[in-house]
Design a protein around this ligand. Sequence first.
Ligand code: SF4
Length: 495
Amino acid sequence: MCGFFGVIGSDNPACQEIYEALVCLQHRGQDAAGIVTHDERFHLKKGNGLVRDVFRMKNMERLIGSAGIGQVRYPTFGASNTEDAQPFVVNYPYGIAMAHNGNVTNGDEITSWLSQQKRTILHSSCDVELILFTLAVELSEIGGLEPDHEAVFKALEQVLERVKGAYSVTALIARLGMVAFRDPHGIRPLVMGYRDNADGSRSWACASENIPLEIQGYSGIENVNAGEAVIFIPGQDPIRRQLVKSAHNPCIFEHVYFARPDSVLDEVSVYESRRQLGRNLGESWKKLNLNADVVIPVPDSACTAASTMADTIGVEYREGLVKNRYIGRTFIMPGQTARTSGVRRKLNAIRSEFEGKDVLLVDDSVVRGTTSRQIVELARAAGARKVFFASCSPPVQFPCVYGVDMSTRAELIACEKTEKQIAEAIGADAMIYQTVEGLREAIKSSGSDLHYCAACFDGKYPTPDVTASTLSCIEAHRLGEQKRIAESHTADAHG
Ligand code: SF4
């Protein structure tokens, strides 16, 4: 999961808008950040860390131009090298800069096509490079020296045909304009909008969520559709084209965890979805015949659902856990060591809300169970008599191959355990989960008839290329990455 923002035709320096947008999208990735702008040429700055840590005034002064794109990265395979930070730029045969959110599932195939048939040398392990080089190669074969928008659409058709997986992308093509496109299943979100400039011209922007557009005065905010590409040329209305027709299967986990609660994704309010998730959990709780004195959310993404769950069961909602907002989300920190120590640094308990009480904790999800166990320990250390644990999402039983680091099946606590065994493993007195049907119903009741991807819960991957054998390959690749990272940490410790 990453976040990006692209802008063209702005009457502000593009880098300022992009910086504001990336701060707004920081929840989507805290591992690295980057901005590239364009005037006569590209100006790039990227690095590891939070947006506020990567960019200094001297960097911003150098990022000139009224068009640009930026990205905050969450490492897909645990990679956290500076070379993997986005955007990426290619200078030949055309100047193209690109940033994305997602994951390519046939990376090995694209890599060998690029290297063996097109003599391309890749510089990183980041899969946006695969999309970027595929576009550059296709465009050079279709577009001649000065490709127009028709050539770009044709080249993008080839990209969507060749590259499998989940990806929302924005790119700048020098001397043409900005492009935004979404994979044929529209798994990762992508919106666009416009703002009227003082001189009567229009500035256009695209982003992973609507909020960075809203807060910067953009209107007419709408989706880029699954399999659609949009080309923004300064001084013209955007040119839109449906390149591939396919089922639209957006990621359902965006509504539980990733997106900001004030976001609207594919015309569904994340806040309303989360309210319904809490009501569902409340109804399930009533059937268990258990009593809680207080409902306490694990901040921040579970707060909305916890409040409606508390209402539904008639128990007080109390904010008994306090989050240090200046520490990165542990789920998106690379490496198990950082994850383990991060929870205690991030959360603290208000003792009076726990002491002598039967506490119902509500969290957005339980992935490996490591974080949940530490939170239960925290509640007990604060004096809770009983600790019940509710998960706003269903049991996570399958890895995500579409850009969310959910590791391998063996590491997922719900993969082979019952709810009772999971409760024991995390030290809770009882465990309660959302059902997959309840999750789908919550989105539907908030206004969508789309068939969402819920593969990490039900194992039904919407892209046909993901089979049992590709899953095993992807898992083997991840295990290799984890081993490499563990070895590099050991080497660092001894270095
Ligand atoms: Fe989202 Fe899960 Fe599908 Fe990944 S597998 S895209 S996290 S719903």
